[in-house]
Design a protein around this ligand. Structure first.
Ligand code: SF4
Ligand code: SF4
Length: 345
């Protein structure tokens, strides 16, 4: 419908190189990086595809590119890439570990007009450093201070595990004191290096408790306490659920966005390593329509053992990456089965 903005984002991985080596990182192999010209070609193709949708479907689309890695600040041409993306009309975000952000870097990020920077923390100091290496926590906090000093919207991301679940209140306090804009929580996807952390994954009961807690903190906090997790979103709904056969919210994979990895591979979501093509060779516009994987993610009847008969399907569908990771742990290649952490199943 004209006038209804439709968010569309691409998580764009620029490198797999990183200055840290986190135990739970979902980057699992070293692959070639796209050259600057190839990245610009990909961004141009995305821009043209989105312009085509706006005309064909008569919708207003707010497109954004979320640049990440590895550590994207290790890319020498990062600011050229960011500038090119801005010039093509995309809102741009950066996802970083924050340890390489000094005053000059923060100023350049402001000048290139990043809409926000997302910085990962994994817990309070001892927990964070046990996953990311000694001293990482302090360097990350320094990076956040530099971003805040430049008045850049800065959000902290926390992957919640059994190890850090008890630290949520402390982390919200840290985020408030740093002057961050918000703190966002996500679930651990036990794939890639995260497979080794299977015993850190929360139970269904933990998840229900977590979202209760987040609701409480959301009301009492000076900063935004959020989660993009579909299950968190529905925990906050007021009871009105649109009953459609078309996704209206929830898991974004292949519905409101995709991921492009370092070598140009296109996947529904980075945490769900199901390649559907490559931006260097394939037409994005055709893949978006023709990919059987993307089509299945948007089709209620393709789901089984839970979501297909759930009234929350249009606004949830669970986390498909977690469903896939748990199915793989049992030897099945199935991304449309139940989200094993869903408290509503
Ligand atoms: S069954 Fe699926 S759609 Fe329903 S609440 Fe659970 S994860 Fe969401
Ligand atoms: S698969 Fe999970 S992590 Fe990926 S977009 Fe969906 S909910 Fe988010």
């Amino acid at each position: 419908m004209k006038g209804t903005p439709f968010d569309f984002f691409v998580q764009f991985h620029l490198t797999e190189r990183c200055n840290l080596s986190c135990r739970h990182c979902y980057q699992s192999a070293s692959v070639s990086e796209m050259k600057y010209e190839e990245i610009c070609g990909a961004i141009t193709e995305l821009k043209q595809t989105i312009a085509g949708w706006a005309i064909d479907y008569d919708v207003d689309i707010s497109p954004s590119l979320h640049f990440t890695g590895g550590e994207p600040l290790l890319r020498q041409d990062l600011f050229e890439v960011l500038g090119f993306a801005r010039g093509c009309g995309f809102s741009i975000s950066l996802m970083s570990n924050g340890t390489l952000i000094d005053k000059a870097m923060a100023r350049r990020l402001r000048e290139v007009q990043v809409a926000d920077v997302q910085i990962s923390l994994d817990g309070l100091e001892g927990t964070h450093d046990s996953l990311r290496g000694q001293g990482a926590y302090r360097r990350t906090l320094e990076g956040i201070r530099k971003l805040v000093a430049e008045e850049i919207e800065t959000n902290i991301n926390l992957t919640v595990t059994r190890r850090n679940m008890a630290q949520i209140e402390g982390l919200i306090d840290v985020a408030e004191k740093l002057g961050a804009s918000g703190i966002a929580f996500s679930r651990l996807v036990p794939s890639g290096k995260g497979k080794a952390l299977m015993n850190e994954v929360l139970t269904r009961e933990d998840i229900a408790r977590l979202y209760d807690e987040l609701r409480r903190y959301k009301n009492g906090s000076k900063i935004a306490v959020t989660s993009r997790d579909p299950l968190a979103t529905i925990a906050e709904m007021d009871g009105h659920i649109p009953q459609t056969e078309v996704p209206m919210g929830g898991c974004a994979a292949g519905v409101f966005g995709v991921t492009i990895t370092t070598d140009g591979t296109i996947m529904p979501c980075r945490r769900m390593d199901l390649p559907i093509g490559n931006i260097k060779q394939d037409s994005f516009r055709e893949l978006w329509i023709d990919s059987p994987v993307l089509e299945s993610l948007r089709t209620r009847e393709e789901y089984h053992n839970g979501c297909e008969s759930c009234s929350y399907w249009p606004v949830c569908r669970g986390c498909r990456a977690i469903a896939l990771a748990f199915a793989r742990a049992e030897g099945r290649e199935d991304y449309l089965g139940p989200d094993p952490q869903c408290p509503y199943l």
